[in-house]
Write a protein of this length. Structure first.
Length: 86
């Protein structure tokens, strides 16, 4: 957690992740870094890596960096939406 001071001088804690409400719509033709993919999916970094290890998400690798395709984010979001409506 990050500690920051607000305008009144009080210390506030934030999770240090991107606010999912301010993210633009997912572009299926784009790749996303891990923190951004976590924000879109609403899951933690640890949980995302667990899904990668279990082969539930197909990553893209570029050198030592890992990216999540927008199509995977949409696929996982759609599965989660369908599960809520059953």
């Amino acid at each position: 957690m990050l500690n920051t001071k607000n305008q009144a001088g009080k210390i506030e804690q934030s999770a240090g992740r991107r606010d999912a409400l301010n993210l633009p719509p997912v572009d299926v033709n784009r790749r996303y870094d891990i923190p951004t993919a976590c924000a879109y999916l609403g899951i933690s970094r640890v949980r995302l890596y667990a899904k990668l290890k279990a082969a539930e998400i197909r990553p893209l690798k570029d050198g030592g960096r890992t990216f999540i395709p927008g199509s995977e984010i949409v696929r996982l979001s759609t599965i989660a939406d369908l599960a809520l409506h059953c």
